[in-house]
Ligand binder design. Structure first.
Ligand code: PMV
Length: 327
C-alpha cells in the first residue's frame, strides 16, 4: 500500500431517504435498527480533497475555505483515525471540503460529506476499496453517507455487524422522469443533531417498536412501487414513512422536533395541491427543509405555487444523481 503523493479529490452527492433510518443498535459502528432506501440527488454535493503528508504534526481541516476549530474538526479527525487504522498508517492529512449543500439543515450534508471524505481519504492513503467496502467505511462517518456511494435509488441493508451493514444499488440509472423540489425554509444549523435525536427516540419513544415494524413493511412495498413506476404509491409510502419518523421525535422524552412553522406550511400546501389534482408528496429529514417528490410534467406548476408562497430563492429543483466520482 502506497500513500499518494498527490492530493485525491472525490465528489459525492447527497441523498434523500424515502424510507428513513432513525436509530442505531451500535453507536460506534453505526449499525442501524432498520434498513432504509434513498434517492441520490444531483444538485447537492460535496467535493473533498485529501493529502496525507508526513511533515504534518496534526490534521488540518478546511471547510468552504475556512480552517475548522479543533472542536468542529473532531468528527472528521475521528473518521481519519478509522482510515489510518484500516491502512495501518500513522500520517496526518490536509483535508479541504467544499459543500454545495446547506450544512446541518436537513439536506443530509453529512451524507455527501462523509461519502466524499471516505472516497478521497481511502484512496489518498493507498487503500483500494471496492464500493461495498467504501460504503462500510462511509457508514463510520455518518449513517446516511453509507448510501451516497451509489447513484439513483439505493438500499442500505442494515446487517448486524461492521462486515454486513452496507448499501447496495437498487436502481442506479433512473430512467423515470421524476423531480425532487427542495424548499429551503430555514438554513440555520439544527438544534438537535440526528445522532443524539435518534438515540433519544430509540430509548424513550413508546412507538419505537412499531416504527421498526412499519418501516420494514414500507421498504418492501416501496421497492415494488419503484419497480412498477407507480409514482402515487411511492410518494404515499415515502410521505407516510417521513411522518412516522417525525412522530418518533414528537413522542420522545424529552420531545424535540425538526418541524418549523414554514415546514408545516409547505406540508399543508402539498396536501391542498394534491387534493386539487396536482400529484406530489413530501418528505423531510432531520431539519426543517422539505423535499417534494413530483413527476416532471407537474414540476413547473408545483414550483410556481411554491414560489408564490416562499420566493424563488427558496425553491430548488433537482433529480436523481450519480454515485461517487473522482476528479
Ligand atoms: O446520517 P445521519 O446519522 O445524520 O442520519 C440521518 C437520518 C435521516 O436523514 C433523517 C434519515 C436517513 O435515512 O437519511
Amino acid at each position: 500500500m502506497t500513500i499518494s503523493k498527490n492530493k485525491v479529490t472525490a465528489r459525492a452527492y447527497t441523498n434523500i431517504a424515502l424510507i428513513k433510518y432513525w436509530g442505531k443498535v451500535d453507536q460506534k459502528l453505526k449499525i442501524p435498527t432498520t434498513s432504509s432506501l434513498s434517492l441520490t440527488l444531483k444538485d447537492f454535493y460535496t467535493d473533498t480533497s485529501v493529502l496525507f503528508n508526513e511533515k504534518l504534526l496534526e490534521d488540518k481541516i478546511t471547510f468552504n475555505g475556512q480552517q475548522l476549530s479543533e472542536k468542529k474538526a473532531e468528527r472528521i479527525v475521528n473518521f481519519l483515525d478509522v482510515v489510518r487504522d484500516l491502512a495501518q498508517q500513522n500520517v496526518y492529512a490536509e483535508v479541504s471540503t467544499i459543500n454545495k449543500v446547506p450544512t446541518s439543515a436537513g439536506l443530509a450534508s453529512s451524507a455527501s460529506g462523509f461519502a466524499a471524505l471516505a472516497a478521497s481519504a481511502s484512496k489518498a492513503i493507498g487503500l483500494n476499496l471496492n464500493k461495498k467496502d467504501l460504503s462500510r467505511l462511509a457508514r463510520r462517518g455518518s449513517g446516511s453517507a453509507t448510501r451516497s456511494i451509489y447513484g439513483g435509488f439505493v438500499e442500505w441493508k442494515k446487517g448486524f455487524s461492521d462486515e454486513n451493514s452496507y448499501a447496495v444499488p437498487f436502481e442506479e440509472e433512473v430512467d423515470w422522469p421524476i423531480n425532487v423540489v427542495a424548499v429551503m425554509v430555514n438554513q440555520s444549523e439544527k438544534q438537535m443533531s440526528s445522532s443524539k435525536g435518534m438515540q433519544i427516540s430509540v430509548n424513550t419513544s413508546p412507538y419505537y417498536s412499531a416504527w421498526e415494524k412499519v418501516s420494514k413493511k414500507a421498504l418492501k412495498e416501496i421497492k415494488v412501487a419503484i419497480k412498477n413506476r407507480d409514482f402515487d404509491k411511492m410518494g404515499k409510502i415515502a410521505e407516510e414513512n417521513a411522518m412516522q419518523m417525525h412522530a418518533l421525535t414528537l413522542s420522545s422524552s424529552p420531545d424535540y422536533t425538526y418541524f418549523d412553522a414554514d415546514s408545516l406550511k409547505v406540508m399543508n400546501l402539498v396536501h391542498s395541491l394534491r387534493s386539487s389534482g396536482l400529484t406530489c408528496y413530501f418528505t423531510m429529514d432531520a431539519g426543517p427543509n422539505v423535499k417534494i417528490l413530483v413527476e416532471k410534467q407537474n414540476t413547473s406548476k408545483l414550483v410556481s405555487e411554491l414560489e408564490k408562497e416562499f420566493g424563488s430563492d427558496k425553491v430548488i429543483v433537482t433529480s436523481a444523481g450519480p454515485g461517487i466520482e473522482y476528479q
